[in-house]
Design a protein around this ligand. Structure first.
Ligand SMILES: C[C@H](N)C(=O)N1CCC[C@H]1C(=O)O
Length: 691
């Protein structure tokens, strides 16, 4: 659904680019923020199973709201194909997105933790495989949707008038969500469903609050120190709850540097896609659009997850290396930094091929002879240029002056031309040099999104209408020019029309070029005017191939697999039984914070050299990676189930209360059912292991 969301904002709701991207990023960040709510509901009140079901319904309703909001016919009272009450569509789609974000919050942390719950402590290897498969599924879904939803959107649909079918692009995921929910409910009898233990988050907050207050009350040196500040809650709260809170706080503390990874990771959707717009996406039989390069990430995940799990990790283990989860995450961060170094190197290659645009103290001028005779042009600074008929100077001349004198032909004719700083312009010489000279404003940056910027100059003495599929240059007056139109890559056929006469010419376009086509006065209309049209290349097409981005995608994805899949499993294995979903949400919170940092960084980091920006980000991540590895070195792995069992046994021994003993018997029966009593730990994780 995300694949078409920005397009829906732009083309259906008619929002500008800035509003569309801001709402898009806010929605994505919200999707990683709401898990904290879903997790609290699951761990304290409903349990994971019911939370997944209820919030999946919320999600599906949100998706249906999106599908309905995209039916233009609902408010199209005059049946002209555009909605007449846009407020209705905006409000409904915002409600839909909010429900989807809320539903995501219920599903994302609970599905991961609920999946983890299905394995006993002796099934650590299988549980790790589950988290890998879970990650594969997320990304398999993402890959399929990026392929399928744009196809659905491209269909025409409607009752009164046919429009692009966003309602189908949103409706099909809604239907699939309902199917998924039914499948999940049908399997109900097969799942292990851990019971929620009351309002655990409220207890946690109260316990932490009490520990802080109590510590403050006993701040004088006459009171003996306690091992941990949470131990100051012992007067009022049970040892088990305090131990569980310590486990969670230890992990959350370790998470502090992690948003930096996601800050880099999420820039592949923005900075890397922008980089791709300055590259050549022609892969022979297929042409890749800049934003399609992002699909390389899920493709690599689908291949790298099984390779890591079945080849790389076992190989490292065979070499006798203890590749603990925190070591994997550190290596993952380092690989992401390597990916940004690769992006920097690619940027250096791109920069070599980019035109040199005028600085703020400079202006640039190109000369174009519309006439049928050669002319000699003299510019300030003794620059002399010979221009053949229908010909332009090879490149732009750069000037520091604010105005220059231009002298043409003999007997000579001189005009003073006022230049604009920081701008590129083209000066048009008419056939009769004493006629008016036109000055066109040219582009001072590459066209956006890898498009090509095209314009026409009409050297004829009659108006000409120029059109091409998907763009129109309109009626161009004699000896005048059109505005730029953006066209995609590929072969384009242009139709030139004047009165009842017309002719065609076609040309192949790459990515990111800019051309001025001159319709000479000598041109005759017929079926083909290919030979007559003169072309002037203002900006060269992109020449650095998009394939050069593959290494950076490889490293960021390898880093993601090591960092993110391991992080999911680590968050589960180190969480106390009653806060498994909460720690999953804590993990997803690092993604949300990373997304917010991207929004801030995008505003602040205005380094003129893009390659330097990539290297700066890589260096920052390496620094964070070093801090994380030091924190990880001091982290001691725990087995929460074992610790909880010990506390429960102790509580049982000290307490003759039948109710407590009954509770303990229940816990032990449950643990035995899940196999946590006999732990045949087959790999590196011992009960208490360091980094
Ligand atoms: C899209 C990523 N490849 C991905 O799967 N994720 C990024 C953030 C965490 C994870 C997800 O759960 O969406």
């Amino acid at each position: 659904m995300r694949a078409v969301l920005v397009l829906y904002f732009k083309y259906f709701l008619k929002w500008d680019d800035d509003l569309a991207t801001s709402i898009y990023h806010t929605f994505v960040a919200l999707c990683y923020l709401t898990p904290i709510l879903g997790a609290i509901v699951a761990d304290s009140w409903l349990g994971k199973f019911k939370t997944i079901i209820y919030l999946s319904i919320v999600y599906a309703v949100g998706q249906v709201a999106m599908a309905v909001s995209a039916i233009h016919d609902i408010t199209d009272t005059n049946r002209d194909g555009t909605p007449d009450n846009m407020t209705f569509h905006v409000v409904l789609s915002m409600v839909g997105l909010f429900l989807i974000a809320l539903g995501t919050g219920g599903i994302k942390p609970c599905v991961a933790a609920f999946g983890g719950d299905q394995f006993g402590d002796h099934q650590e290897k299988q549980r790790r495989t589950f988290f890998s498969v879970f990650y594969l599924c997320i990304n398999g879904g993402s890959l399929l949707s990026t392929i399928i939803t744009p196809i659905l959107r491209a269909q025409d649909c409607g009752i009164y008038s046919q429009q692009k079918c966003y309602s189908l692009a949103f409706g099909v995921p809604a239907a699939l969500m309902v199917v998924a929910l039914i499948v999940f409910i049908v399997g109900s009898g097969m799942y292990y469903k851990a019971k929620p233990e009351g309002n655990i988050m409220l207890d946690v907050c109260k316990c932490i609050g009490f520990a802080i207050k109590n510590r403050y009350r006993h701040r004088s040196s006459k009171y003996p120190k306690r091992e941990h500040w949470m131990d100051w809650a012992e007067e009022k709260y049970g040892k088990l709850l305090i131990a569980q809170i310590k486990m969670v706080l230890k992990v959350l503390f370790l998470y502090i540097p992690l948003p930096m990874f996601w800050t880099l990771f999420d820039q592949k959707g923005s900075r890397w896609t922008l980089q791709a717009t300055t590259m050549d996406g022609n892969f022979g039989s297929i042409v890749i659009q800049p934003d399609q390069m992002q699909t390389v990430n899920p493709i690599f995940i689908l291949t790298l997850v099984p390779i890591m799990d079945s080849v790389i990790y076992p190989l490292i283990k065979k070499c006798g290396l203890n590749f603990t989860p925190l070591k994997r995450m550190t290596v993952g961060m380092f690989l992401a930094a390597v990916a940004f170094v690769c992006a920097g190197v690619v940027q250096l290659q791109i920069d070599k091929t980019l035109p040199i645009f005028p600085s703020t103290s400079q202006s640039q001028l190109k000369l174009l002879n519309m006439g049928n005779n050669s002319i000699t042009v003299q510019l300030t600074g003794n620059k002399t240029v010979n221009l053949h008929p229908h010909w332009a100077s090879d490149d732009y001349f750069t000037f520091e002056e604010e105005q220059i004198d231009v002298t043409v032909g003999s007997p000579s004719f001189t005009k003073r031309i006022v230049l604009t700083k920081n701008e590129r312009q083209t000066l048009l010489f008419p056939s009769s040099i004493s006629d008016e000279w036109q000055l066109m404003e040219d582009l001072t940056s590459k066209p956006q999104e890898g498009n090509n910027a095209i314009r026409f100059v009409n050297g004829m003495s009659r108006a000409v209408n120029v059109s091409v599929a998907g763009a129109s240059f309109g009626q161009i007056q004699p000896l005048y020019f059109s505005n730029y139109s953006q066209i995609k890559n590929g072969r384009k056929a242009f139709t030139l029309q004047s009165g009842s006469q017309s002719c065609e010419f076609s040309r192949e376009f790459g990515f990111g070029s800019s051309y001025t086509f001159l319709i000479p006065s000598t041109m005759t209309f017929g079926t083909n005017c290919q030979e007559s049209i003169s072309e002037v290349e203002d900006i060269k097409p992109n020449s650095v191939h998009m394939a050069l981005q593959v290494p950076q995608y490889f490293f960021i994805t390898a880093g993601e697999v090591m960092f993110s899949v391991t992080g999911l499993e680590f968050s589960y294995s180190q969480a106390p039984s009653n806060m498994k979903a909460v720690l999953q949400a804590g993990w997803l919170l690092t993604v949300a914070i990373g997304n917010f940092i991207v929004l801030i960084v995008a505003e602040l980091a205005k380094i003129p050299k893009k390659w330097a920006e990539y290297i700066l980000f890589a260096s920052l991540l390496v620094a964070v990676c070093i801090i994380f590895s030091i924190m990880a070195y001091f982290y001691t792995y725990i087995d929460p189930a074992e610790i909880e069992a010990q506390f429960k046994r102790k509580e049982g021994d000290n307490d003759d209360d039948e109710d407590t003993k009954a509770k303990l018997r229940k816990v032990e029966a449950e643990m035995a059912r899940r196999g946590s009593v006999s732990s045949d730990d087959e790999d590196q994780r011992s009960k208490q292991t360091s980094f």
